[in-house]
Structures are given as C-alpha cells and as structure tokens.
Design a protein around this ligand. Sequence first.
Ligand SMILES: [Zn+2]
Length: 366
Amino acid sequence: MQSLQQIINVLETVAPLSLQESYDNSGLVYGDPTKMINKAIAALDLTEEVLQEALTLKAELIILHHPPIFKPIKRLSYHDITSQLIIQAIKTDIAIYACHTNLDNVLWGVNGEIANRLGIKEYEVLAPMNGTHQKLITFVPVENLEAVRDALFSIGAGAIGNYHECSFIISGEGTFLPLEGANPWIGKIGQRHTEKESRLELLFPIHLKQQILDTLHKAHPYETVAYDLVSLDNTFSQFGAGVIGNLPESVEEEQLLEILKLTFKTGTIRHNPLTKRTIRKIALCGGSGKSLINNALSKKADAYITADLSYHDFFIPGNRMLLADIGHYESEQFTSDRLVAILNEKFPNFAVLKSGVNTNPVNYFL
Ligand SMILES: [Zn+2]
C-alpha cells in the first residue's frame, strides 16, 4: 500500500510536471494526497466504463494519460459528460491523476514506448525543447567545496545526457561585512572579511529547483548563501516531443505499413502516396503530431508515424518521406503499460493494473 503522494512523487520524478506543454493540465485532478492506495488502474481516457472498472476492481486511483479536465470548467453540471465523470469520481472517492504531455516530453515516455514496440533500440528526441534546465552559480569557501558539490550531485545536479557530475570551478576571493544581528560562520561583526572561495557552476533540470536550493542551504556553511540562478535556452537530447531512430533492418514501405497494422491493431492507416522507398529511419510521435512533420523531414526520416493528420498535412512531405496516420488511440495505447511499468519498477508489490477498457471513441466501418 502506498500513499497517493508517494505514487505522485514517482510519476513526477519520471515525468516532471515542469515538462508539460503550456496548454496542458497534467497532475492530480482529484484526490487526497495523504490517502493510502491499495490498488490503481492505468488508462488512456476517463470514461464511464473505466470508472466502473475501478469500482469493480476496488481501485482507489485511476492514472490517465489524457486529463479529463482539459479546459477550465465553471460548474459541475449533470448535463455535461466531463462533469458527470468528475462528480462520480468524487462521490466514490476514486482519485484521478493525469500524466499527459509531461510523459510525451521525456525520451522514456509515450514515444519511447512506441519505439520499443517497433524494435527501435537507439533513439533520441525528435524536437528537443528548451527551458528545461537552469544553471546554479554559487560561491563556497574552498574547504567546503567538496561537501557542497557532492550534496548537489547526489540529488541530480550536474547531469548532462550520459554524463553525470558535470561542474565547473574557478578560485577567487569573496568579501563580506557582517552587520549587527548577523551570525557569521567566519569573520567579525563590523569588519570586512575576505575569504578564499570557489565559484561553483552546475546545471540542473528545473523541476529540481527547490530541492537544489534546500540542499545548497543545508550543505553551505554561510548564514546567507550567495548564488545566481540562470535560465538556459539550451536543449537536451532527452527532453522534447517525438523520437527518431533506426529500425533493426530496412523494410519496404508496404512492409512497414503491415508492421504498423499488426503492432498497433489499427482499423486503417492513412498515408501519403508510396514511392517505393526503403525505410530505416523512423520518426514518430504518439497522438496529434502534425506539428513535427517538418522536424522529421529536416532529420531526414524515411517515415514519420503519428495521428490526427488532416488532408493538407499529407501534401507536406512531397515524395521525401512516408507519412502515416495510425490513429490517436492506436498510437498511444501502450502508454498505460508504460505507466504500470513506472510504478512496478519503484513499488514491485503495489497493485497497479492496465485497464481492460478500450476507450477509443473512433470506430471504423470497413
Ligand atoms: Zn493523446
């Protein structure tokens, strides 16, 4: 049994809320974070059937990909389907948590899961996002440098891609004049003090900001710690939308479409004209990925797999790339498995199940 807050902490360590898009509404939708949870289910969407399934299975938490409240709602009306579902969740005290574009925007999230299903072993983010990291610059007495730096490393500062414990240090002199009321670690009230200090610089992902500052204040000996936080425009290969990577071996266009049909159990696949190209490099984005067509083209993908494309989108690649729309639900169906795996890895004995309900609202008349 885990508290709801413990479960949220795990999900938000893997998919920090700071990575969600500005239009999104990921996070806890309803529920008491202190409540102990015996069982949870993971689903793509909140529907009447999913709520019923949670009740039948005695699950106290539903973890979703799509937030049931996406735009602000002004009243809970019994005439509105979203309101009805929320009212029912509250009445039956089933907590609702959504892990949406924050799970889209990590390499190990929605799109990493799709890449795994296609046998793509090595992949990177298709459209890396900026604004994910900040730089901490602080000034530490030389003798305390190692302790402060180690404390910051231990909570994840200084990690850049496959390199951890990255930092930069330069030596110099710091001065300060403690005033009446101060309690200086070194130096005397009313006298300027000069101390040999190191300027320490390291990066950290912004969701760790409060933890970084708490750790800095705890490990640093000064009563008042001098530091700068600098926002960075850099992008990092693990954060952003879509992924791109190579299939284990090249396939013909029709073969790829066949693989997609089987893997994603699609009712139909819409695609641009075939050009008899050989496909190896695949770009993909689960859900509505039309905004990344040009990213896939500029990275010279042989095929781009996504969903929710409109008529005109199919003209964009010309004959440079195969563009395939495999359906929104179909493309994201493995997200529930990912959510289950994330929690199973951290809490091996916690009961979290993939919902058995197919919530796809789109049907195909064949
Ligand atoms: Zn979606």
